[in-house]
Design a protein. Sequence first.
Length: 120
Amino acid sequence: MKIVWWIAATAACSGTSRGLEAYRSDTQKVLDTRNAQLKACYDETLKADRMASGTVTLQFVVEKKTGAFTKASVDPANTTAPNPLWQCVLRVVDGLKLEPADKNEGRATFVYEFKSQTKS
């Protein structure tokens, strides 16, 4: 599973906040806590189709002050993975939270690439 990411923070008027690179890194660390569950999503998909592969383009907002990952969605125009896989990815990221929270809102796009290691 390969991950490509992009995150942008919307600046707040005052207070201490993470720089863009720190925001990206900290958000990635939170997502990394669910890597085993993401792998389980893919393993389950492979049971139905051993050659299943594709990308899941996940978008979400990191709320300022609370750090909660909200408004998670999959960009269908840039997602090629089977429907059950991307639905599982959405369930896995549900409830994640950036701690400590930031004074800035973050808008993130992470692309997960799932590739079967099985040779045809």
